[in-house]
Design a binder for this molecule. Structure first.
Ligand SMILES: Cc1cc2nc3c(=O)[nH]c(=O)nc-3n(C[C@H](O)[C@H](O)[C@H](O)COP(=O)(O)OP(=O)(O)OC[C@H]3O[C@@H](n4cnc5c(N)ncnc54)[C@H](O)[C@@H]3O)c2cc1C
Length: 441
């Protein structure tokens, strides 16, 4: 921990304005500067700020985030950008002090999943059906607005003394003992810079980390819809041969659709009138929820995959979409990022206990080995789903498509899938484990 670090507003009533805070920070050396206050950066910040062994403010942490996300008012319609959060993510958000800040009226627990290929009807016994009760769980996860998660995490961070700077970074200079981060508020010195600035990460470029990146030649269309039949707290997903269509249940009874379609098909769907789009949506969903009505605009996201070759360089590290971007069909991008945040906080906390500074290469390499291998396994599984289930008609694809029915009948394999859906497989950070099973710090 730096001796010359300032206590950055541990008393919330004494919080400084951006310019004032920027000038105070310029005179100090931060322990950790997180670039990007999206859900993943905000989560890392909140966890690191709440490190169990340090009093609030003892470690100096700041987040650089140019956007001003606002908490939605209680009666505001639900946003179309939502994520399916796993049990592991729920535990991490609790540990970060964010869960109780998210209005329960805006979060929908889902208890079942129904997954099927277009070669079988929605009502068929070959539909892969997961039920939380089969795993002895109250639910399989939650559908929550991205901005709700982000604001709750930023609030938790600021509430325990962290500082959010409304600015952008423009450059980085590496030195032996610190990194000088150039921002639109002026230069800042930090022992560790965390790149949490999303898929087009400036930090990744500035620290010289390369990445493999390729287009899926698909576009995801996202919107909220109402449906004639109730969603039954169920996440519905149909593999279409030309992509994937998911209906995620929302807290107000409507559903969020994520429709990943090949680029050309997506252009036609985006150009279609509301009525044409609704009819096609109902047809492609195999009428699973009856007639469909759009409640929001259609938003589109061209899909790319990205894998950074390294997650860490001198006094710097990548987390979340800055480190890798996966196809949204399995709803795992944010879940992977929150696990990154928890794993990074854990290795830095362990290094601090041994007297090392947060930018110590040994801890950062441990984080990289841990999270890169876990994320690569997940990314490979997601790509296989896209290749053999969402697309594909060769013998291997047909085998995989029939495999859904086989998984449905095999109790053990099905339970393994449920564990994966809950995010409880692989090497979990302590923050993602059940409270009773956390290893002592
Ligand atoms: C259609 C779709 C559906 C999805 N559904 C799911 C799902 O169901 N479940 C799931 O787990 N994941 C899902 N994802 C993935 C999930 O949205 C992302 O993985 C997640 O938002 C990544 O969070 P992040 O904080 O790493 O990046 P981002 O959310 O991109 O945040 C990056 C932040 O960095 C800031 N920033 C950018 N540049 C700078 C800069 N130069 N200086 C300072 N700050 C900067 C930005 O303002 C932003 O706030 C989905 C993705 C898509 C496209």
């Amino acid at each position: 921990m730096s001796r010359d670090a300032l206590s950055l507003g541990a008393d919330p009533s004494a919080r400084k304005g951006p310019a004032e805070a920027g000038s105070a920070l310029r005179e100090a050396r931060l322990d950790i500067l997180i670039v990007g206050g999206g859900p993943v950066g905000a989560c890392a910040a909140a966890l690191l700020q709440r490190a169990p062994f340090s009093s609030p403010g003892a470690r100096s942490i700041a987040v650089v985030e140019p956007a001003h996300p606002r908490v939605p008012t209680a009666d505001a319609p639900l946003d179309a950008r939502v994520s399916a959060l796993s049990r592991a993510s729920e535990r991490i958000l609790r540990q970060a002090g964010a869960w109780d800040r998210m209005s329960p009226e805006r979060i929908q627990p889902y208890e079942r999943m129904r997954v099927w290929h277009r070669s079988v009807p929605a009502s068929s016994a070959d539909v892969l059906a997961f039920d939380a009760a089969e795993a002895g769980e109250p639910n399989l996860g939650y559908i929550a607005e991205n901005r709700l998660v982000q604001v709750a995490l930023l609030d938790a961070f600021e509430g325990s003394g962290g500082q959010v700077l409304r600015c952008e970074i423009t450059g980085l200079r590496m030195r032996d003992e610190d990194v000088i981060v150039e921002t639109t508020l002026g230069p800042l010195s930090t022992r560790l810079v965390v790149g949490a600035d999303g898929a087009r990460s400036t930090v990744r470029d500035l620290i010289g980390l390369t990445a493999d990146s390729a287009s899926y030649r698909q576009t995801a269309i996202v919107a909220n819809v109402s449906t004639a039949r109730p969603h039954e707290r169920t996440a519905w997903q149909r593999f279409l041969g030309t992509g994937t269509l998911a209906f995620l249940p929302l807290a107000d009874g409507s559903s969020s659709i994520v429709w990943s379609a090949d680029a050309e098909g997506a252009m036609a769907l985006l150009a279609a009138s509301d009525e044409q789009f609704e009819r096609e949506l109902q047809r492609q969903s195999d009428d699973a929820l009856g007639a469909v009505r759009l409640r929001t605009e259609r938003h589109s996201f061209p899909l790319r995959k990205l894998t950074a070759h390294r997650y860490t360089a001198h006094r710097s590290v990548l987390i979340g979409d800055a480190a890798r971007v996966v196809h949204p069909l399995a709803g795992q991008g944010m879940n992977l990022g929150l696990l990154d945040a928890a794993a990074l906080a854990e290795v830095i906390d362990a290094a601090s206990l041994e007297g090392e500074d947060p930018g110590a290469a040994r801890a950062l390499r441990r984080y990289e080995r841990w999270r890169k291998s876990e994320a690569q396994l997940m990314a490979a599984a997601i790509d296989a789903f896209d290749r053999f289930l969402a697309h594909g008609s060769d013998p291997l694809a047909r085998l995989a498509q029939r495999g859904l029915a086989w998984v449905n009948r095999s109790g053990e394999v099905k339970r393994a899938f449920i564990s994966r859906a809950l995010g409880l497989t692989g090497e979990l950070p302590q923050a993602a484990r059940p409270a009773g099973r956390r290893a002592p710090a």
